[in-house]
Structures are given as C-alpha cells and as structure tokens.
Design a protein around this ligand. Structure first.
Ligand code: C2O
Length: 552
C-alpha cells in the first residue's frame, strides 16, 4: 500500500437549509466533509487542526485500527480532545476491509455537521466480486437542525428531558423537495440508461434508523460495513446510524419518460410521536442523445415515488437483517469464532436518574431525568482518556474494572417493566486478555418501552450469529446460531423487544468503546468500554502514544 495524506482544517462555515442560515463546525468549509479515498492496505495520515472554539476529536468509524488505538478518536476514551488552536495527526492502516465507512466527530453532538465518507477500494488490480460498476456514488444520510445541535443536547441533559428532534433528514447534506423551502437543496443523481451504479450508502444521522428506496428500481446489496456479502435483491433497505451499505443500481435499459424519487425516512420503534418527514433526492436519466428531451424538459416528466415500510415495521427490520450473509468462500472466508472463551449477556435500554435537588426535571416520570444503560450501568465519561490511563497504568480515579458481566437484577426483559427504572452511574470497563474469543448477547429491555438500539463496537468487526424476539434463552437459542456465513459488521440493530448474539476475537490491544449509535442514547449513558490487553508477541502490543497526542 501507499500513504495518503489529508489535512482537516476544523473551521466555521455558513450554511443555509430550510431558509435558516447558520454557522456550523465543518472540515475545510465543506458540508458534508471531504471524502477519504484509499485502497485496502494503504496508510492514511490525517492532520486535524482545530480552528473553532469547540473541543474536537475525529473517529474513523469501522476502521479496525489494528495496533493503532491512539488514532481511534472517541473523546475521553482513546484521547483527550484537540483544543482550540491545536492539532493531532491520525495515522492508521486499512487492513482486511473494502467498501464504505465514514469518519465523524466523536465528542458531544458535533458529528451532526462534522462527517464524511471513507471509500475503500480493493487493492490495485483486484476486482470487485461483482461486475465493475460504471460509476460510484456516495450517498450519506444526515440530520439538520435549524438550532445549534450542541445547544439542543446541552439543554436536554440539563432538564432531563428528550432533545428536540431534527428539522430534516438529508442526503449529502440536502433535505430535498418534500420539505418547505428546500426544493433548491435536492440531491440529484444522473444516470445513463443500461448502466450499473455502485451506491455507497452511509447513515450518519444522529438519532434515526432509516428505510431507503428508489421508485421503480431494484437494489442489489453487495457489501455492508466494508465487508462483502452474498448479493441479494431488495426494493428497500434498512440502515441504522453507524451502518454503511453498498448497493448496485441497474438503470433501466431504455430512457424512461419519467423521473424517480429516492427517499429515506425513519424506522422508529420507541416513540410516541413521529417526525413524519422524508428526505428525497431525484434519479434523472440522461437523454440518450442530444436531440431527445433537453435538460429543461425534466421538469415536465412525471415523478414516481417509492413506497417505504411503515415507521414501526419491526418484521421488515428482522427479515432484512436475516438476508445479510458473509461470502464465506475461500477468497473471503468468515473467521467466525467456533469456540467461545468468554460469554457475556448485556441488557441495553433506557432508564432514569433522580432529578438533582432544587431542580425540576422533564424526564419520563415525576422528577426524573432520562438515562440509558448497559447492564444497568450508565457510563460516565472520565475527564482524561481511558487509553492513556490504561497504557500508563494510572487507572485510579479514571475507571474501574468491575463492569457487571451479567445483569445486576434479572427480570422478564421484554415483558412487564420493573417498577424501579433507576440506573447506576459509573466508568466501568471489562478487561479481556488478548485473543479471547467473545460471545456477547445484547438484550433489549422494556424498562421504558422496547426500542431498537444500533450497537456499535470500536476496534473490531463482529459476526452476527443469532437474533430473536423476546428474552434470549441460553439453552434453546445457541444451537440455532449461524456459525457458517453470518454477516460481519461493526454496528448491529438490537431488535426492538429482542436480542442479538455476536462473536469476535479480541485480537486488537487497546481500549474500545461500545455504544448505541443513536446519539441521544449515547449521551444518556448507553455505552461502555472493553480493555484488551497486549499479547506476548511484538505485533500483539499497543505501541506507545504519538508525541502529539492531546492532553486534557
Ligand atoms: Cu460512529 Cu463511537 O462511533
């Protein structure tokens, strides 16, 4: 591989959407931010210079970061933030991945405007396992707030209530024609009849899983989270925040006298009220020759709209997930742990914290604050980085290693919720010896209502070996696990009122964050960290931190 250098200048940038103009934190004055393009095996070196008042870190979502944990990026987990006027060089090599990932800020809600695609091409002269597409197009979903998203979450955390929902979903930063004052900000994809396009979908939205579809067109899924899958055809895909999906779109063989909408809107399981809005873009066919319909005549063509599943279509979600399978062939084997060294059972869900005295809180019940937890522990970020504390053996006052590896009080997780909704708070981690093979069951709970949680693990891909509804049954469910061709990914939707089982080898020394990629749940504490110790061999150890690692 070669080394590719990028410079990210974090600066303010003025953007107008939905007739609201505001100054956003951006990379290089671009929104969405610049593309990182590299081949498998390349080294990527990104110099990030912070020229805004906010503290900043950047995370390379889904990049394995083998032995480069200092470059992972979550604030107070692997690094202290880059402060105003300072810079930090992220340096990592892409190994064993090809497809689409993305980078985003990993502090507070800054990722609402600071994000962009990572495009990983196969090694030179190595073809895709499918016919070479005519063109490749990144499609990155986001959310737009007319207000400042940092103020939205700060206020919500203060009053204990739920943060305001965004004002629009976006495709490549554009809300599209179904919102007021937005038709001029519409993503348009021009295609030629008969050609095949590789769409690189990224869900960078903060708080919503999304359905996506293109009217009158079939999509072929070929890759998720930068790992090839067995191709399958579908009209609609589901993509959670933190997930990426590569699709083949075959344009119709003849010029159709029509324009087609592509659209995305939430799959939302846990809400009483919905923001029913939909982001749309246009699929335009280029006229076959200059003499046929001119560009201006696009206006008069009929527009076809896609049908998207209902907002709470949990069975679509489960069926879609079931279709995703690894290639699991000799060229792309699925290295699924067959033997398990350590089994963990984690409940994920919402809960409450008491309201501080002399304050009124807008949480789910009288004088409570919304909270969220893993095994009833709501994770509190420390004020210095866990990875530094671990590396220099100074854990005291930073973190403790007593994360409960089974629920503190078992109950019927998906049945009648317990009366006590309170969570405990702490900075607790699980320590894994190098190369432990791990099985982790993630169980949704009904404490404040069942809800789908897209869980993201840093530093690893995992295999999704099982999923189901209701309570996980440790006797009946494991014999049904798929250890042959389970999908390999970095983010999985824990089904609403159900569970998933994942497996991975802890072959990457460092501190690895795991959290719900619904940003509001992360803010409420639905997160924890794993520490993976060094192995014996030199290539199994975490190297010392780079000299420019930011200090707190
Ligand atoms: Cu994309 Cu920890 O996040």
């Amino acid at each position: 591989g070669i080394t590719r250098h990028y410079k990210f200048n974090i600066k303010l940038h003025s953007v107008t959407r939905l007739c609201h103009t505001k100054s956003i934190v951006s990379v290089n004055g671009q929104f969405p931010g610049p593309r990182i393009i590299a081949r498998e095996g390349d080294r990527v070196v990104v110099t990030v210079v912070n020229n805004v008042q906010n503290n900043v870190t950047i995370h390379w979502h889904g990049i394995r970061q083998l032995q480069s944990g200092w470059a992972d990026g979550p604030a107070y987990v692997t690094q202290c933030p880059i402060q105003t006027g300072q810079s930090y060089v992220y340096n990592f090599t892409i190994t064993g991945q090809r497809g689409t990932l993305f980078w985003h800020a990993h502090i507070s809600w800054l990722r609402s405007t600071v994000y962009g695609p990572i495009i990983i091409l196969p090694k030179k002269n190595v073809p895709y396992p499918f016919a070479k597409p005519y063109k490749e197009v990144p499609i990155i979903f986001g959310e737009w707030w007319n207000a400042d998203p940092e103020a939205v979450i700060t206020q919500a955390l203060q009053n204990g209530g739920g943060p305001n929902v965004s004002d629009a979903y976006t495709i490549n930063g554009l809300p599209g024609p179904l919102y007021n004052c937005s038709a001029q900000d519409t993503f348009k994809l021009k295609v030629k009849p008969g050609k095949t396009y590789l769409l690189r979908l990224i869900n960078a939205a903060l708080n919503d899983e999304l359905f996506f579809s293109i009217a009158n067109h079939t999509l072929t899924v070929v890759d998720v989270d930068a790992i090839y899958v067995k191709p399958f055809k579908t009209d609609t895909i589901l993509i959670t925040p933190g997930q990426t999906t590569n699709l083949l779109l075959k344009a119709k063989p003849h010029f159709p006298n029509a324009t087609f909408l592509m659209a995305a809107r939430p799959y939302a399981t846990g809400r009483g009220t919905f923001d029913n809005s939909t982001v749309a873009g246009l699929l335009h066919y280029e006229p076959p020759s200059k003499s046929s319909p001119s560009a201006s005549s696009f206006k008069n063509l009929p527009v076809f709209k896609p049908t998207l599943p209902p907002l709470n279509d949990t069975s679509f979600a489960a069926n879609f997930t079931r279709k995703l399978r690894s290639l699991a062939n000799s060229e792309f084997p699925a290295n699924v742990p067959k033997k398990v060294d350590k089994r963990f059972f984690f409940t994920v869900g919402l809960g409450t914290n008491p309201c501080p005295q002399n304050q009124t809180c807008q949480g789910p019940s009288n004088n409570t604050k919304f909270s969220a937890s893993v095994n009833n522990v709501s994770f509190v970020l420390p004020t210095t980085a866990i990875l530094q504390a671990h590396f220099f053996q100074q854990s005291k006052g930073v973190y403790t290693t007593d994360f409960p590896t089974t629920p503190t009080f078992p109950f019927n997780y998906t049945g009648t919720p317990p009366n006590n909704t309170m969570v405990s708070n702490g900075t607790k981690v699980v320590v894994l010896p190098f190369n432990t093979s791990v099985e982790l069951v993630l169980q949704d709970t009904s404490i404040l209502g069942i809800e789908s949680h897209p869980l993201h693990l840093h530093g690893f891909n995992f295999f999704l070996v099982g999923q189901g509804f209701g309570n996980f049954d440790s006797k009946k469910d494991p014999p049904k696990f798929n250890l042959v061709d389970p999908v390999e990914r970095n983010t999985v939707g824990v089904p609403s009122g159900g569970w998933v089982a994942i497996r991975f080898f802890a072959d990457n020394p460092g501190v690895w964050f795991m959290h719900c990629h619904l940003e509001v749940h992360t803010s409420w504490g639905l997160k924890m960290a794993w520490i993976v110790t060094d192995g014996k061999l030199p290539n199994q150890k975490l190297p010392p931190p780079p000299s420019d690692l930011p200090q707190c």
